[in-house]
Ligand binder design. Structure first.
Ligand code: SAH
Ligand code: MG
Length: 214
């Protein structure tokens, strides 16, 4: 585990500043822990994130990817999760297209532009399982932060974790051991990973958990 100050020193300053100002659901302490974990992933990558939203966590990870010379792929259909839909708790009325549907892709492009990450981050727009089904490149870092419903969360774990190479890192967001703090599915896949015997825990920061594939 790398200390926050040591992490910051190794991150691209422009990308970090953009991450911190970006819209999204990643507290700074967890963003730095995420980036710090990625710095310790086996070289040369690539890294992959599920759940781009407006690119907040993407920019934290991208800030680490710059110095590592690795490519970060970020996957999202950009139509929002259940809680982002109109009338729901995490809906943002700015983030809709001309038909009134949730659209976070312009937000992601703005973040990547402002962060100077357009050559480091590749955005894939589409349903996570559809992308995973045509994916073949071994990953050295995998960050799961997509839909939090049981079907989507377990589906992301099932479809993406086989692509993580040995020694690669699996990061999971919104892991809440206490049900009063949040939904169950991220915690369930965290337990599944540990129970499989294929992963050992590396670090825990807020609701972020980082595991290493044996
Ligand atoms: N990592 C982001 C937050 C991600 S929010 C941050 O740091 O702010 C979760 C995202 O997952 C939403 O943008 C939603 O569109 C996406 N998502 C939900 N289900 C998905 C699916 N089945 N395929 C692709 N993306 C999905
Ligand atoms: Mg999250």
């Amino acid at each position: 585990v790398v200390r926050p100050a040591a992490v910051i020193a190794r991150l691209d300053a422009r990308a970090l500043a953009t991450a911190r100002a970006a819209r999204g659901f990643m507290p700074d302490e967890e963003g730095l822990a995420l980036a710090g974990a990625a710095l310790t992933a086996p070289r040369p990558g690539p890294w992959l994130e599920v759940g781009s939203y407006c690119g907040r966590s993407t920019a934290y990870l991208g800030a680490a990817a710059v110095g590592c010379g690795t490519t970060l792929v970020t996957v999202d259909h950009h139509r929002g999760s259940e809680e982002n839909q109109p009338g729901e708790q995490y809906h943002d009325t700015d983030l809709v297209d001309d038909a009134g549907r949730v659209d976070t892709l312009p937000g992601l492009r703005r973040t990547l532009r402002d962060a100077g990450l357009e050559r480091t981050v590749v955005a894939i727009v589409g349903p996570s399982p559809t992308v995973a089904a045509i994916w073949a490149t071994p990953l050295s870092f995998l960050f799961l932060d997509g839909g939090h419903s049981p079907a989507v969360q377990h589906g992301d774990f099932d479809s993406w974790s086989p692509h993580l190479r040995r020694g690669g890192l699996l990061a999971i967001h919104d892991v809440f051991p206490d049900p009063r703090d949040g939904g169950r599915p991220p915690y369930e896949i965290y337990l599944r990973a540990l129970d499989s015997g294929d992963f050992g825990e590396v670090s825990a920061t807020g609701s972020l958990r980082v595991l290493r594939r044996r």
